[in-house]
Design a binder for this molecule. Structure first.
Ligand code: AMP
Ligand code: MG
Length: 481
């Protein structure tokens, strides 16, 4: 039985050299009010007590916490910058009843030494948005940081308009980023770089501590986790929007939900972020950007691979080359599952690509096309009746007949591989509007409840699978919120 109650915080990050963080307390807020609280996650954390808004607003620091802001750097849209937690503090790591450790971070908790020109604050709409999308990702089974609570602060924050302030509590297996290693490499101190790498390995990959080449193995682990993560994003049509190296984790969890959104109409060029004018982080660019980011990661680790630099570079390149293969395998097998394929045939990939091409040409909705195929209702797609689709459908059926798998098994596999719903942009906006404009959080809560199990195919989800009214304005998302 889970008898743990309340906070059980440790702080291991402060054992690193002090260049990696600054002790920073969250700033007080006027009137913290809890508007969202994740009961299920709280229980998993062993927090079996009444939630204290003062803690989630930053006014009270729980026992055992040792609040810090982490230092990091990163390539933002290709430009190298010194960053760090400018509006977040890490309270510590909650040790759960299962003896796992999770970072507890307050986002929007005030200025830190890394705030640069910023106010260290966050506003309600974007914090609710992060809560919704991160929890939707969790429901989809995709690695992500989680959201434990949102409090309103009773203060206004100056953006383009004055907006209500909020603090989000994030839970993550760590906040180590590629950018943390870039920061460490910038210190030009072998011991500090090694200290960070040893810390990361101990935290995420303890089984390789005693391997022959722990740093190279660690690099390969991160490569595989990132390849798997990005493949999963592609498979559900998730566009992160700001894949800067400071937003890419070592854990392979999705983090930093800013301008992200799910694609509706299938178009590989889709971009939602208002600042991504070149489409650097467009849907189709996510896999190659993953490789680019991992090359930046490799550069930081080279001094640890081998004392002979030439040899070290060779090792880095050889390992980095595996990314593409990992990614491709995860993606292809994921697509096979989406189409109910349990065996592997050489022609699977062209068959999958044919479907995607037909979808693109006909501006089909990504999620709902797979949903309709799952439900055996191809007539519900805009593709129905198009000769190219009719032909593809026949080939697909023939492909499924060649495997010895019952119709029921195929249906089950497709159901668990194709979400019935995603957090559709118009639904997210509707929920945020009710909360921010009317103080009505019931729409957000209802949305969270249907997104908790997107593979349920429940009746309640039907309405959430409906597409928005057509609009001439493309959906736009924003950073710096
Ligand atoms: P992001 O775009 O959220 O990944 O943030 C990039 C960097 O800007 C990080 O170092 C953030 O901590 C920092 N930052 C974003 N918003 C603010 C803010 N309002 N005040 C201070 N720093 C911020
Ligand atoms: Mg960030």
């Amino acid at each position: 039985m889970n008898l743990q109650k309340g906070w059980n915080l440790k702080q291991s990050y402060t054992k690193l050299p002090d260049s990696f963080y600054t002790k920073t307390s969250p700033s007080e807020v006027e009137k913290p009010e809890l508007v969202l609280y994740n009961e299920a996650l709280a229980e998993k954390m062993g927090l079996n007590t009444e939630p204290d808004p003062a803690v989630f607003g930053g006014n009270a620091v729980p026992e055992g916490a040792e609040p810090i802001a982490q230092a990091y750097a990163g390539h933002q849209f290709g430009q190298f910058t010194m960053l760090g937690d400018g509006r977040a503090v890490l309270l510590g790591e909650q040790v759960t009843p299962e003896d796992e450790r999770f970072d507890i971070q307050l986002k929007g908790s005030g200025r830190t030494p890394f705030s640069r020109g910023g106010d260290g604050r966050a506003t309600l709409g974007p914090m609710l948005r992060e809560y919704i999308i991160s929890e939707a990702m969790h429901g989809l089974g995709i690695p992500t940081n989680r959201s434990l609570a949102v409090v309103t602060t009773g203060e206004y924050v100056q953006r383009e308009d004055l907006l209500p302030g909020a603090v989000l509590t994030r839970v993550a297996s760590s906040h180590l980023r590629i950018g943390t290693f870039q920061y460490a490499a910038g210190l030009q101190d072998h011991d500090q770089l090694k200290a960070l790498a040893d810390y990361a390995i101990k935290h995420h990959d303890p089984e390789i501590l005693d391997s022959e080449q722990p740093y190279l193995s660690f690099f390969e682990k991160v490569i595989e986790r990132q390849a798997s993560l990005i493949a999963q994003w592609q498979l559900v049509g998730f566009i992160h929007g700001v894949m800067n190296t400071d937003n890419m984790t070592i854990s392979g969890e999705t983090i930093d939900y800013g301008p992200c959104a799910f694609m509706d109409t299938y178009n590989p060029k889709t971009v939602f972020s208002s600042i991504d004018r070149q489409g650097r982080y467009a849907y189709m660019n996510q896999p190659p950007i993953g490789a680019w980011n991992l090359a930046r990661f490799a550069e930081t680790l080279i001094p640890l691979f081998h004392e002979n630099q030439e040899k070290a570079v060779e090792m880095a390149q050889e390992a980095h080359a595996k990314y593409e293969k990992y990614y491709h395998t995860y993606w292809l097998n994921g697509m096979r599952a989406k189409l109910g394929m349990v065996t592997e045939e050489a022609q699977d990939q062209p068959l999958i690509e044919d479907l995607l091409e037909i979808m693109e040409k006909n501006e089909a909705d990504y999620t709902n096309t797979f949903r309709a195929l799952t439900l055996g209702r191809p007539n519900e797609t805009v593709l129905y009746g198009k000769p190219a689709f009719t032909n593809w459908y026949k080939q697909w059926q023939a492909r499924l007949e060649r495997q010895e798998s019952s119709e029921a098994d195929v249906h089950e596999l497709m159901k668990k591989s194709n979400p019935s719903i995603i957090p559709r942009n118009h639904r997210v906006e509707e929920a945020l509007e009710a909360a921010v404009e009317e103080g009505d959080f019931s729409v957000v809560k209802q949305l969270l409840s249907v997104l908790a199990d997107p593979y349920a195919y429940s009746e309640e989800q039907e309405a959430y699978a409906e597409l928005p009214e057509p609009s001439d304005q493309p959906y736009r998302t924003f950073c710096g919120t």
